[in-house]
Design a protein around this ligand. Sequence first.
Ligand code: SF4
Length: 361
Amino acid sequence: MTSGIRDIEISKQILEKINFESNNLSKPITIMHVCGTHEYTVAKNGLRNLLPDNIKIISGPGCPVCVCPTGELDLAIELSKRENVIMTTFGDMMRVPSSTISLFKARAQGHDVRVVYGPNDAVELARKNPTKEVVFFAIGFETTTPSVAFELINDPPSNFSIICTHKTVPPAMDLLLNLPNLELSGFLLPGHVCAIIGAKPFELYAEKYRTPMVVGGFEVNDVLMSLYYILRQTIKKEAFVDNTYKRIVKREGNKKAIQYISDVFEPVDSVWRGIGMISNSGLKIRKKFEEFDAVVKFNVKIEEKIEMPKGCSCDKVLIGNIPPQKCPLFGKSCTPRHPIGPCMVSHEGACKIAFSFREII
Ligand code: SF4
């Protein structure tokens, strides 16, 4: 079922179809994706320059590291400074600037901050260090949430806890489709997220906003085919959720993973860095599991902060208001080696991707 997804001859054929159909558009269209891996495919393959002039593809808030709020990051740094704490997180979080320092700098100052590949590694660390408190800084969209839920369900040791900053993608649709100065004609939906929750949660937004949406995979022809499907819906004045990633994504999603998530977490209003509060877009640990909630265990508070570092335009990049290259700091004072904003840190950040592929727009 995967033959052809990287075949350049097929890419050319889909591009021809897109070019042909684009002549039927009554006005230029803008399609947003909300996934760092889609941005990677778009930039790596130079798709923006291959599409006709009347089809623009922009990047939305698809990088969980980039939208992780400063308040939670500040808390992770503060806890990492405690004598008996081992702070653990994904590698991408290490260099994200907080309102003071980064976790990377906290480690350089001698605090015990460790990179793990997943929550299971953090649980293992807690088992091996029973006299320490091991905290996992849990970030990510629906793709990473089930593995965290799985660990909490399966009796982790009592010296394990998490800072929960998990976010959910569908509630962000309301905000994105109401942004001033940005008329979105369609969404390329994130295949990884939909592999967990299915395509169904997006249906109400396609209908409510009369906006075509297509679930897409991550190979070049997955993305091109999805763009073509969005284009066809636009021309036919249709608006529904289609799926070009049927080899992985089912309408109903992965029922087991969905069950894990809902057993452990409940929806809560959540702050997205650079964007603000989005109602019901976050996850909170249910009371039944609160002994593993670092906020409860350490009796601390999280401050609601959305600000970006001074001079950084990540807030505009994250909602597709400007491309990374239009930030005055891009490639000058802000580079992957010396990132100023979170979008230049993560492999899923639009600025890092644009810089890595020297994307010219
Ligand atoms: Fe932020 Fe750097 Fe991107 Fe500018 S180039 S928006 S400072 S991450």
